[in-house]
Design a protein around this ligand. Structure first.
Ligand code: CO8
Length: 255
């Protein structure tokens, strides 16, 4: 792993992008490593939640402009880099971004692709692609239009100016703002709380929420209903309900 460091804090895998001399510019190799790391964590039974973080100055300052500067449209089409990004959406376990400093362009899209976002006070979110004569390519137009509505999305995408962590919070783009020095620890604590929850229920809830963003309301309701029924086939649901009735703490097994 040339561009990442990883360690576990109990059931939480902490994946850190560490290409700090380039403000974690997302070159193809870094994204490949990142996707592999997320999938490995997803497959590891000892991991219950994943925290993705970057450096002090930047979570990630976007796609590596040096890798794109001379590329033709055909080069980009054949490069097919977003196939790797699609795999991020396939991660079932909770992924929490801990963002300090710049989260720009692809870096902002990466943060928004995580399930929850904890920001340090220094975080700056933005889609400055327009200033390069480009536009977001890793989902930025879709995330922002769906989450902010047309007018705010167009303002951010057309002007390309970054917003502060507090603005992102007030727009409902992220979950919490904390002091920079507490950012990763806060995300890990949240991961540990999620680790105590029944994993199959978390997974089904994630699937249903993403379905809500992707599909018509009636189809989303149908999917939610089916996932709800499915949870009645888990031992964890049985245990959770029994524990409530017996006034004790449940012991979830993940099945
Ligand atoms: N790509 C390549 N190198 C970068 C990038 C980047 N995105 N961002 C920073 N760097 C490099 C700089 O070139 C510099 O290198 P060097 O020391 O060799 O000169 C080093 O990182 C430090 O950066 P700065 O000296 O510029 O630091 P400043 O504090 O002066 O400025 C900024 C920080 C404001 C973040 C500035 O670096 C900046 O504007 N960066 C570019 C931000 C940007 O435009 N991002 C969007 C890129 S396009 C994009 O993301 C498309 C997304 C769709 C596909 C996603 C696939 C991954």
């Amino acid at each position: 792993m040339a561009y990442l460091t990883m360690h576990d804090d109990g059931p939480v895998r902490i994946v850190r992008m560490a290409r700090e001399d380039r403000l974690n510019a997302l070159n193809l190799a870094l994204v490949d490593e990142l996707v592999a790391a997320l999938e490995a964590a997803d497959a590891d039974v000892n991991v219950r939640a994943i925290v993705l973080t970057g450096g002090e100055k930047a979570f990630a300052a976007g796609a590596d402009i040096g890798e794109m500067a001379d590329a033709t449209a055909v080069d980009m089409k054949l490069r097919d880099q977003f196939r790797a990004w699609d795999r991020i959406r396939g991660v079932h376990k909770p992924v929490i971004a801990a963002v300090k400093g710049f989260a720009l362009g692809g870096g902002c899209e990466l943060a928004l692709a995580c399930d929850l976002v904890i920001a340090g006070e220094s975080a700056k979110f933005g889609q400055p692609e327009v200033k390069l004569g480009l536009m977001p390519g890793a989902g930025g137009t879709q995330w922002l239009a769906r989450r902010l509505g047309k007018a705010r999305a167009l303002e951010l995408l057309w002007l390309g100016d970054p917003i502060t962590a507090r603005e992102a919070l007030s727009l409902g783009l992220i979950n919490r703002v904390v002091p920079d020095e507490a950012c990763v620890a806060h995300a890990v604590e949240l991961g540990k709380r999620l680790a105590e929850m029944p994993p199959v229920a978390l997974r089904c809830i994630k699937e249903a929420v993403y379905q809500a963003m992707d599909t018509a309301f009636a189809d989303g309701l149908e999917a939610e209903r089916n996932l709800f029924y499915l949870l009645f086939a888990t031992e964890d649901a049985r245990e959770g309900m029994r524990a409530f009735l017996e006034r004790r703490k449940p012991e979830f097994q993940g099945r």
